[in-house]
Write a new protein. Structure first.
Ligand SMILES: *[C@@H]1O[C@H](CO)[C@@H](O)[C@H](O)[C@H]1NC(C)=O
Ligand SMILES: *[C@@H]1O[C@H](CO)[C@@H](O)[C@H](O)[C@H]1NC(C)=O
Ligand SMILES: *[C@@H]1O[C@H](CO)[C@@H](O)[C@H](O)[C@H]1NC(C)=O
Ligand SMILES: *[C@@H]1O[C@H](CO)[C@@H](O)[C@H](O)[C@H]1NC(C)=O
Ligand SMILES: *[C@@H]1O[C@H](CO)[C@@H](O)[C@H](O)[C@H]1NC(C)=O
Length: 459
């Protein structure tokens, strides 16, 4: 277990005039960010308890694949960060906004590689360039520079003394020219007191929206490569782990072993929901994790991990390997296995329908509805109570959102989504299949999570 202390930034930009180099400012506020991580358990040190054997089996199976899916992941180079900031600058010009302001967090890491603190003076790229600045207390300026954020030139800082008002320092900056009330767009992760501080000190403050919000939605092939690796790697870890399950294992033990399997492959798990049988009728669980796995229980696992800062988010529902494919009856008469299997295939059909509907120029609503119609036609409409999916990238959940009311968002090539239809029969069982897809120029969306599930015994 370790802790790393990081400063916080913020981004802004300003619009171009005809005869000057356009300038787009990105301001970073100083603050603190804590990152924590857990140590990797060395499998050889685990005693040969049932859980120890389970973990060794799972990790060995995962590693024996050779982890070929990692080959598509390469960390984004400096040029990718410059491109992102210049895309942001273009979006600000398009929407008539003077600057974008961001604090450390996911958005900051997207534009300036988190653990760093940046300001982009100017880099030639296309016709509009980002001008990024860091607003920092004077005594922190050197620490900000030591972060080595991805900029070509030394970062530009704007400093204030602790007894000054930082909003006034920002407002008095020459970058605003003779504008009386520069228009700032604040990131969605911005703390409320900073937004109010800016608004109370001469700025016009807008919430995240318009083209600026769209910048992160279209992924580059490099980003797609990382997202493919982390999502495929997560599904493959579930598949490896599944083969090692044994009767009476608890869901807490499955969480621990799956997390350690992901870590053994170089992925960093950040959430992991494991539900057995009737527990899965609550889409996101809520039980204490001590329930034991029984033959005939469906296991629903919804798990996410990080690789180079990008997220996976996948779900698989399946029978344990010790539950025979047929006959279903022996020790499990209390459950209607026939219905569970038919719902499993129904949810897969709904997911397939959504993938076919996930094409350029479709509305987000139409993709949700394509899946929903399949489930409703089979009489389970009321048992699919959540949206179909969401965008995914640096954040596991990001816009656009695939829900039946979202007629505003239109799909574009390079957008990435989860498709995660489900059917939840209260007190009985739940089924959800979740995969990650990218919208392509031609045809239906491409799967990025190692291929869809094939059957209740072949997730
Ligand atoms: C970027 O902004 C800084 C400070 O606001 C300013 O000093 C610098 O000249 C700007 N650079 C460009 C290329 O506009
Ligand atoms: C981004 O940060 C990571 C982790 O600190 C580092 O390994 C990588 O080199 C950085 N990327 C760039 C382009 O600076
Ligand atoms: C089990 O489910 C199937 C398919 O939904 C249904 O036809 C059958 O009547 C159910 N059986 C019982 C015992 O409820
Ligand atoms: C999507 O819409 C745009 C703009 O209306 C159009 O240029 C493009 O050809 C359309 N793409 C497809 C695949 O229909
Ligand atoms: C998933 O996509 C790959 C191409 O990226 C394709 O080869 C594979 O057949 C697809 N799998 C499914 C189940 O559609």
């Amino acid at each position: 277990m370790g802790r790393k202390l990081l400063p916080l930034p913020a981004i802004s930009t300003s619009p171009p005039s005809k005869h000057r180099t356009p300038r787009y400012l990105i301001y970073f506020f100083l603050g603190l960010l804590f990152l924590t991580w857990n140590g990797i358990i060395d499998p050889s040190s685990v005693a040969l308890s049932s859980k120890g054997r389970f973990q060794k089996c799972s990790i060995d199976r995962y590693l024996s694949t050779g982890l070929p899916f990692l080959d598509t992941a390469h960390p984004p180079p400096l040029q990718e960060f410059i491109l992102r900031r210049n895309n942001l600058a273009q979006a600000l010009v398009d929407d008539g906004i003077d600057a974008f302001v961001v604090e450390p967090g996911y958005t900051f890491s997207y534009y300036a590689n988190t653990s760093q603190f940046d300001w982009e003076p100017w880099e030639e790229y296309g016709s509009i360039v980002a001008n990024t600045s860091f607003l920092v207390p004077h005594f922190e300026e050197i620490r900000a520079r030591l972060l080595n954020m991805p900029f070509i030139k030394p970062i530009s800082t704007m400093t204030y003394e602790e007894h000054w008002d930082p909003y006034t320092t920002l407002w008095e900056s020459l970058i605003w020219g003779d504008k009386l009330s520069p228009v700032l767009m604040v990131d969605e992760e911005m703390r409320d007191f900073i937004s109010r501080g800016l608004a109370n000190n001469g700025f016009t403050v807008l919430g995240l929206g318009g083209r600026v919000e769209e910048v992160h939605q279209i992924k580059t092939e490099r980003e797609i490569g990382i997202l493919r690796a982390v999502n495929t790697g997560t599904v493959e870890a579930i598949r490896a782990m599944r083969k090692c399950l044994y009767p009476d294992v608890t869901s807490n033990e499955v969480v621990e072993v799956l997390d350690n399997t992901l870590r053994a492959g170089g992925l960093t798990p950040f959430f992991n929901i494991v539900e057995f049988g009737r527990q899965a009728a609550l889409p996101h669980g809520g039980h204490d994790g001590t329930t034991k796995l029984q033959s005939g229980d469906f296991i629903l696992i919804d798990v996410g991990a990080h690789l180079y800062g990008y997220s996976s988010d996948v779900t698989r529902t399946f029978f344990p390997p010790f539950f025979p494919r047929s006959p279903f009856t022996p020790q499990t008469p209390r459950k209607n296995i026939t219905e569970q299997i038919s719902v499993w295939h129904l949810v897969l059909s709904a997911q397939s329908a959504s993938v076919k509907a996930m094409v350029p120029n479709a509305t987000a609503a139409s993709v949700d509805i394509a899946a929903r119609n399949v489930i409703a036609a089979a009489g389970y409409g009321d048992q699919f109570a959540h949206r179909l999916g969401h965008g995914i990238g640096i954040k596991a959940h990001e816009s656009p959102y695939l829900n039946k009311g979202n007629y505003v968002s239109v799909l574009k090539p390079g957008m990435m989504f989860t498709s995660e239809p489900g059917v939840y029969v209260l007190e009985e069982f739940g089924v959800r299949h979740e995969d990650v897809l990218v919208v392509r120029e031609e045809g239906e969306a491409e799967n990025l999570s190692g291929g869809f599930a094939e059957g209740p015994w072949d997730p």
